[in-house]
Design a protein around this ligand. Structure first.
Ligand SMILES: Nc1ncnc2c1ncn2[C@@H]1O[C@H](COP(=O)(O)OP(=O)(O)OP(=O)(O)O)[C@@H](O)[C@H]1O
Length: 264
């Protein structure tokens, strides 16, 4: 079909809409003393939950920081929701969000004040209504006016999730979202993330050390080791390739350098 030049902007917009949620190509990050990420390429399909696995220091957090445009790559390309990062960061930031238990909110502000600050940054319409909706969904109402620093770990995680969902993101980047939570609270957080993804058709990139969480939530898994990608497939295909019944066992094989069956 011939492309009419008058339709080109629309065609470009359609292509961007259909593009993967995240496309990473030949991405590297070299810090002064460390090659944290070493030429990785992977895709997060729209609507998927993709797990990013790897031992301590594998390069997961650096990869997520580059995807968000917070750390500049040394080489390679990143597209987020069809936009180049970091050059089109301003176009895409309002459509994504991030959660990590390792990033604290200002502790003296109340939960409501913190959510208001973040909501204003994202120019959320009817912000008071959105905060009330999230407070009801995430069971925050009883401590909405308490200082954020005085919450338990589980309460802080629910507030962090409210902050991550405040702008109804199309793409969520999660760095160990359930670390240090009891199994019941962690399960509750996972269920909430799953129902948000289903309702909104959102895409999720999930860095986690919890292999049961990854098996339960992820359609695809990218395994990193020393800055490189060791494997990238569905959890069941990866377990079959390593001839293992759990991702935990695959993780140990990768960490300890045991070869995949197909290659041994
Ligand atoms: N700002 C920095 N300056 C120098 N080196 C860094 C910096 N940030 C990370 N690194 C190094 O880059 C490597 C990858 O770190 P990164 O935090 O991305 O790994 P990770 O997979 O998220 O690890 P973890 O599971 O322990 O959080 C590590 O060797 C780390 O020491």
């Amino acid at each position: 079909m011939a492309i009419d030049s008058h339709n080109q902007p629309q065609t470009a917009a359609l292509r961007a809409a259909a593009a993967a949620a995240i496309e990473v190509a030949h991405l590297s990050k070299v810090y002064k003393t460390a090659r944290a990420v070493d030429g990785i390429s992977f895709t997060v399909p729209r609507g998927s939950v993709t797990g990013l696995l790897g031992g301590n220091g594998a390069g997961k957090t650096t990869t997520i920081a580059m995807i968000m445009g917070l750390v500049l790559p040394s080489a390679g390309r990143i597209r987020v929701l069809g936009c180049g990062m970091p050059e089109q960061r301003a176009d895409v930031l309002g459509r994504i969000n991030f959660e990590s238990p390792y990033v604290d909110m200002p502790s003296r502000l109340t939960v409501r004040q913190n959510l208001t600050v973040f909501g204003k940054l994202y120019a959320v319409p009817d912000l008071a209504g959105r905060i009330a909706e999230l407070a009801a969904d995430l069971d925050l109402t009883e401590f909405l006016d308490r200082a954020s620093g005085k919450l338990s770990a589980g309460q802080k995680t629910r507030v962090a999730l409210a902050k991550a969902l405040i702008n109804r993101p199309e793409l969520l980047l999660l760095d160990e979202p359930t670390a240090s939570l009891d199994p019941d609270t962690a399960d509750w957080i996972r269920s909430h993330l799953e129902s948000y993804r289903k309702q909104r058709g959102a895409s999720i990139l999930l860095a986690s050390h919890n292999m049961l969480e990854v098996e339960r939530m992820c359609d695809r898994v990218v395994i990193m080791k020393r800055g490189r990608i060791e494997d990238d497939d569905t959890p069941s295909a990866i377990m079959a390739r390593y001839n293992r019944a759990t991702l935990e066992d695959v993780f140990l094989d990768v960490a300890r350098g045991r070869a995949r069956d197909a290659e041994s």
